[in-house]
Design a protein around this ligand. Sequence first.
Ligand code: F6P
Length: 346
Amino acid sequence: MKVKRLGILTGGGDCPGLNPAIRAVVMRAFDFGYEVLGIKDGWAGLINGDFEPLNLEMVRDILSRGGTILGTSRTNPFKKDEDKNRALENFSRLGLDALIVIGGDDTLSVAGKFFREGLPIVGIPKTMDNDVPETDYCIGFDTAVSVAIDALERLKDTAWSHRRIMVLEVMGREAGWVALYTGLAGGADWILIPEVPVDLDEVALNLMEKRKRGRLWGTVVVSEAVELKGALKEEGTGEIDEFGHGRLGARGVGQVLSREIEKRTGIPSKHAVIGHIQRGGSPVLRDRYYPTRFGISAVDLVHKGGFGLMVALKGKEIKTVAMEKVVGRVKTVPPELYEVCKILFK
Ligand code: F6P
């Protein structure tokens, strides 16, 4: 079937790089004469029939803007049959011939379900957590890490001046990519990620030995999802979203870790939580270049009828993978990579 009208939506947490992808989709769609409808606020827009036609002038200059011009939400249309049916009805009512979905695990899992229900969908991986499987890169990761490195360097200045240990808590729902890259590139004394069980004695010993050698201060990067005695369980944080996730930032991992470090080492320690600051701002190079390539490739896939596929970065090449290979899985940090980081904890 010839595509005439293409929908596009962004779902889940926003991050820098979404607008470059939207821009590229609209620009490539123009080459094929497609009309593009921007579906507002993620899956909520499809349920409510809320959309806006997009044209070249609307997207030409959005390359450097963080966030998403379409809006986003964590709406799960499969929570209620009524919502799922309304989304399906609106897809037909709006005359959509195809839909490009930009999102992380939750949003893409919904895309996979709708594909199985017969909707012609193409996926683009996005999450600052960088944990979508089958792709080396997800939109938003590089900017989030750059912001976190900047925060760590600022904390180093104050840690040095006060002879303290500063703990930086960064985001990352199920994987420690952001913490690992931030700690590695920012030169942290230690990094804690959810993939590796915490040994607080090992951390304390490391920091005390350095102090004996005359280094009176230090920094530790911890991922919000790390399991730590004294930190809240995710389900204990009160607010659960439509995909069943609690508020990880409310677990208090950074604070608990900082207190434990002070107790075990006798070195004064404070913590900082960078939170959503990581998700804002203008995208860095890779969060402009790859989203643009992903957007073009996604429209090319639509043109070829490659539905049920997600665009992906493998090495330096843009490839495609079946969406069903991606959903329900998380790309975690391999233990060998963490071992490489530990070489630098001395
Ligand atoms: O999934 C991306 C992410 O930034 C996670 O790292 C974090 O736990 C979560 O979103 C926060 O979500 P919200 O913006 O809904 O608070």
